[in-house]
Design a protein around this ligand. Structure first.
Ligand code: NDP
Ligand code: 8X3
Length: 257
């Protein structure tokens, strides 16, 4: 197992769910963390907690991945020693709405496309050149089973995750001779704030998504991220698809009555 000690890890969307669990696990393994999200209070509190628990070195920084100028100035403002990011976890993402495409809301579509596709591209565009220069680094994209098989009313969210899969494959080709790893971690149903965000705070509807089955926890997904991040130098984990035991794919879910 390769060590994470002293590695600089940037996590987008670290204020909740999978990103937060990744932060906890990387901190436990003595990585140095740059935690980003829009909800600054949350990442600041998390940073304090992890500093206290693991003596971790952490920079919590507010970042909206949809804004390229903000992404650029975020990176430029990092102290020189923190610019050499070893591992980039492109996790920030969301679903909005659950409609037939012909009834879909344009604002929902734009938000998903701007966050899940363009945000991932913006952050990668700014962070990866120093990896290329150093011929070392690891890009870990959080995809989804939705990027492998569409499901009813998933349309635009599904399309964004197909795009993430395409980008992970493309990145891998583009950095092939640069010694940089590219991994896609593709979970099925994970109980986080994801469904609450999708249904705009409707807790009851969000809960129903996981009715009659045990979903993945964010820690389950973070474990897969850590696995990919700790392989020996010559090993690249291209993709991990993980689902709850009760989920075979996007469309096949077994629920106990
Ligand atoms: P959560 O809603 O719990 O977390 C989403 C995170 O993304 C939050 O930290 C949020 O932070 C951040 N985020 C959203 N928009 C932006 C933005 N514009 N700029 C910066 N950060 C942003 O959901 P999950 O943990 O479940 O989601 C994480 C990733 O996992 C997403 O890419 C999602 O598509 C993917 N995924 C989730 C699955 C699930 O079933 N839950 C399954 C498969 C994949 P803030 O609001 O503070 O900015
Ligand atoms: C999130 C999981 O099944 O809602 O990517 O698409 S799902």
């Amino acid at each position: 197992m390769a060590t994470l000690e002293g590695k600089i890890v940037l996590i987008t969307g670290a204020s909740s769910g999978i990103g937060k669990s990744c932060a906890e696990k990387f901190a436990e393994l003595n990585a140095k963390l740059i935690l980003t999200a829009r909800r600054k209070d949350r990442i600041e509190n998390l940073a304090e907690e992890l500093k206290h628990k693991f003596r971790a070195e952490i920079l919590p920084l507010k970042l909206d991945v949809r804004n390229f100028e903000e992404v650029k100035s975020f990176y430029e403002s990092l102290p020189a020693e923190w610019k050499k990011i070893d591992i980039l976890v492109n996790n920030a993402g969301l679903a909005r709405g659950f409609d037939k495409f012909y009834e879909g809301k344009i604002d929902d579509w734009n938000e998903m496309i701007d966050t899940n596709i363009k945000g991932l591209l913006y952050v990668s565009r700014v962070v990866v050149p120093q990896m290329v220069e150093r011929e070392s680094g690891h890009i870990i994209n959080i995809g989804s089973t939705a990027g492998h098989e569409p499901y009813p009313m998933g349309n635009v969210y599904v399309a964004t995750k197909f795009a993430v899969k395409a980008l992970s494959q493309s990145f891998r080709i583009d950095v092939l001779e640069k010694g940089i790893k590219v991994t896609s971690i593709d979970p099925g149903m994970v109980e986080t704030e994801f469904s609450k965000v999708r249904f705009r705070g409707d807790e009851e509807r969000a809960k129903k998504v996981y009715d009659g089955l045990q979903p993945l926890s964010p820690d389950d997904v973070a474990d897969a991220v850590i696995y990919a991040a700790t392989r020996p130098k010559h090993v690249n984990i291209n993709q991990i698809i993980l689902t709850p035991l009760a989920q075979a794919s996007s469309n096949f879910v077994h629920r106990k009555k």
